[in-house]
Every structure is written in C-alpha cells, then in structure tokens.
Design a protein around this ligand. Sequence first.
Ligand code: SF4
Length: 309
Amino acid sequence: MDEDRRGPYCKDRPQAAERLTAIIEGLMALVGKRLPDDVRARLEELRSREDSPLGREVYAAMFTNLDMAEALDRPCCQDTGIIQFFVRAGTAFPLLGELEDCLKEALIRATRSVPLRPNVVEFFDEKNTGNNTGTRIPWVDWELIPGLDSIQLFAYMAGGGCSLPGFARVLTPLEGYEGVYRALFDQIIAYGVNACPPLLVGLGLGNSADTAARLSKKALLRFIGVRNPHPRAAEMEERLEGALNKVGIGPGGLLGNHSVMAVHIEQAGRHTATFAMGLSTGCWAHRRGLVEIQKDLSCRVLSHGGAVL
Ligand code: SF4
C-alpha cells in the first residue's frame, strides 16, 4: 500500500494504533455516560405523552439519573453489559489489521478510566476476568466494504437484563407472520417488565436461528426515527409499536402509555421451508455510539451531537 493511501498517521503504525485506541476508549466513555441523541429525544417525547402519574415519576427519575451521570462524569447505569462492536470496515482502511487489538486494549483501558463495572465471566473457569474482556469478548461483528478507506464503528453495551437475554426460533412457513407476532408478544409480555422499559425492540427475520438473531441485534443499531426501507416492513414496525404500546407495560414496568421506544425490523431472504425470527430488546438506557473514522484517523461522532473524541 503506498503512503498516500495510508495517510500521514500510518507512516508510524504504533503511533497510529495508539491514536485509534484512544478514540475507541473515548467512545466507550461517551457511550457509558451519555445516551445517544435519538434515544434521549424519544424518551423526552414519550415522557411528554405520558399521563400516568407513576409513569411520569419514572421518566423524571430517568432524566435526573442521566443529568447526574453527566454532571458527575459517571456511567448512567451500573451494568456495563457485554461490549459488542459492530464494524462497517472499508477494506482500504489502513489499520484494519490492528483494529481488533485496539478494540480490546481500549476496552481494558476504559474499564479502568471510565470506570466500567467488570462483567465478563469465563465459562468453565467461572471467574470474572476483571477487565470486561475475555474469550471472544469484546464481540466483534464485521461487515467489509470493498475499497473504502474509512470505518464506521458502533460500540454497544448489551445489558444483562435487556439485550443479552434475547431469543431466536425457527418457525414453519405455515406459522408465518402470525407465529412471529405470537412469539414476540409472548416474550415481551413475559419478559419485558424485567428489561427496564420502554424498550427498543429489534426483530430479525431470516432463514435460521443464527441469521435471525444477528439481524435482531443489528436492528437495535439503527437510529430511532429511521424506518426499514421496505414499505411493508416499515408498516409492520409501526403496527407492532402501536400494538405493543397497548399492552401497557409502561416506563419501568409500572404501567403507562408506552412500553416501547420503537420496533425495528431487519430481514434476510429465507428458505422455502423456514421462517426464522430473532428478538433482541434494548432498555431505556440504550447505550450505543457510532463513530466514523477516516484513514488519517480524523473522526466524527454520528450518534452524540457535539461530542469530540
Ligand atoms: S436493563 Fe438497561 S437500565 Fe436496566 S440495569 Fe440493565 S443496562 Fe441498566
């Protein structure tokens, strides 16, 4: 690769890797302490439309919590979750080979500097690693974009009470959309109250348990207010939102007008014999951040207005 394509930083790879690590560490601090703009805006909107006195109290407590987290420079929830990174990586980004090491190192540093509660317990050793990393953690989901020399990086704190306990099921085509609705409502009604509502519901539709589950998590990355580009999927999102809100779980599970912030659907083609669904839920403290990093390591935070890394 010639030097012009690598950009000035990448003439010194250790220095460049250090800068990339610092950007990611900064992103982790931002995500842990401040909700993304779309989530905060939707919570404000739901708060203004809530008429249950208890529900209004819950929203008031949420916003006090968020304001204090910023003022005191602390995480807005004690649960770090498990850190999942979703990378849309241009294949010409000069530090592609270093990125996975940088993600891990940034997480170790952020665990100390933010600080973040260490959550990762190794299977079979049954021991907390103490730094939020572990076998295959941080979990990294890669999407490669040929020729592009920048990356878009989502950092997501997948909470133990909301996002991690999702489920996937492979239905038959005969069960179809009706089967999906039934399973989705059963799960949200049985479980949603424990997941710190109002929820962002991610529904993945695909051909197998693994594709549907992965898509349900990707659905949680889309900014609230952006619909699925397929008109029927967009209509299904709206109808499911309306129906789930009628369940009345409300903020904090204490009853109210809105149980969900939004429903997002992502789909993949299915096999003629399968109709797979995956479900992931984000809680009211839906902590995800998106940064775009150019080949010269200049960067722009797309999820949190005014933030600089
Ligand atoms: S569900 Fe969300 S708000 Fe509730 S404890 Fe977990 S991360 Fe925190």
